[in-house]
Design a protein. Sequence first.
Length: 265
Amino acid sequence: MSTTGATLLLAPRINETGLQLRTAAGRRGLRAHTAVSWRAPQGLAGTRVHLYGGPLFADAVGRELGLAPLEPSDGWLAALPRELTRRRVELTTLAEARRLPGPAFVKAPADKHFTARVYPDGSALPGPELLDGATPVLVSEVVRFDTEFRLFVLDGTVRAASRYARGGELSVAAPESDAPELLAFAADVLAAATGPAALPSAAVVDLGRTPHGWAVVEANAAWASGGYACDPDAVLDVVLRAAGPLPELPPTDRPFLRPLPEVVR
């Protein structure tokens, strides 16, 4: 992908990954601009822009800048075969999840509408006064992940990987001794990413080791995901594809476009 004349736009609340990407962009001659507000910077409209930031920032500036932020489908995890998830996963609505009689891990597929965690039952979820019952949610059986890893994937190939958790606590490091098994399992997951379980050409996939073997944790938008100990140059390659100019979007990625609101100021 040519980046001649392009700008990497970073959200105002820049994180460590954003700082690394800004440096990596500079090394390859790509302009980098950190926004100072939740508005599209003057002068960028009509130019080639790629974005790195959270969903709120993408929604605030994406349509005006002609961006094409890609994200996995809401039902991606639920569409995977059980041997890859090692648990039952269902895409449903928050209204249905509120009827859960016992513990389950519940999260919104993309946006962080509420805290993703194990809920003792459905009554502990946000009520209708806080969140619409039609909100899509993923409900899964509770599983313990001993170690968790983040993979940045481009065109079905793992470009970078990092451990980010151990025993449920933040633990950032290169995969090292886990790398061969991690990459072998990742190959199985990416081979299964077809049909309803297809992924956009650029995405983040989180995998983990459970007491019963390897399992998929979730998938996320690369343009809104932390890189942890991943190589920033490889992460940048994935991010540039994951949220770039709409006219450059491959047709196969159109089903994964995040719907961007029209912002009235």
